[in-house]
Write a protein that binds this ligand. Sequence first.
Ligand SMILES: Cc1ncc(COP(=O)(O)O)c(C=O)c1O
Length: 406
Amino acid sequence: MADIFDFEDFYSSFTIFQAMQKTDVRPFYRTLNERDGTATVDGNEVVMAGSSDYLSLHSDPRVTGAAVKALEEFGTSSSGARAMNGTRALHTELEARLAAFLGTEAAAVTPSGLQANQALSALLNRNTTVFSDAANHASLIDGIRLSGARRISYRHSDTERLAELLARTDSDARSRGTAKVIVTDGLFSMDGDMCRLPELLTLARRHGARVIVDGAHDIGVLGPNGRGVGDHFGLQHAVDLYTGSLAKTFASTGGFLAGPAHVIEYLRWSARSILFSGALPPAALAAAGAALDIIETEPWRRRRATEVAERLRQGLRELGFDTGRSTTPVIPVLAGEATVCTRMWQGLLDAGVFTNAVGSPAVPEGRCVIRITAQAAHTDEHITRILDAFASVGSALGVIPTATAA
Ligand SMILES: Cc1ncc(COP(=O)(O)O)c(C=O)c1O
């Protein structure tokens, strides 16, 4: 008889688990402390090359100070869901500031970025066709699945294929009154590339589709004003709805949706992940607000993170590594088989660099990557340490030719 506590099939379907056992390496759920581009792992200080705090704000005294002040003034919790008793002035202030920052009519903060994406299920239904990039984040897929909408997945960033798929559903949309929406990550968190926003918007206009962009990794980091991919392409106002996370560049926890006022208001009443979940605590809201102040006033941080990423990418490519399509502070470095990936992760840690190992299903089988991220606080010495570690570990494992690394 089957047993819900029997996980053998689950574990055997992930090659990275088998590789962890074979190599006795544990890249996941490691306990660490992080600060200013470094981390302490097992008592050793290493360069932190695997954080989503791209602007290095989570221990900035202005951010921690704002959190402490809010904690002392308003307590540890918001004590309930927003609709009932959990709304504080800090919620409505942050929502107004996020909307102003992104140039939308309104915004709603949510308990997490995952819940912001799950809230999309309230906008979609069986009469909606969703065109979803194959590399979209799991929480976007959840939002689509929860809604029961028809999901058509297109190969990552393949806008030609997307055009065909949209055209194919045009008559259906006319005869049955189906609604269409294109859903995409702004910055793809595993590939480190941006969505092709100009093409997506052109196609959307041509085929009567809405466009929703998950800006979890790009809002705060990309674009001349740090407003994300929309800002980068000069198309900030053309996107119909943004979702995002406060747990990365905003140095806090939580998420948000930003778009037309009537859509945000409808989501407050209809999205189960907003209605039936405890509101963000005061300290988290204050930290995100202080981070937003810094995002708006210190553009040098995103310029530095971008420069660090460019130097890392260039150095890695010169060493012979494949960094895929990355053009942002997220850089995947191809390792190959899962056992090579786990060994490489451990080797890099032993050489003083913390990274992220990524295996299937997040990436295709046999194409595991070591994912690294650039931060504003990374110094030139950190860059050298990261590149030196990759050179020695990559050549020892045969990922790059030894001669190139010497
Ligand atoms: C692209 C993307 N969207 C949404 C989320 C979810 O955000 P949160 O961590 O705030 O739940 C993540 C987090 O990993 C993400 O990478």
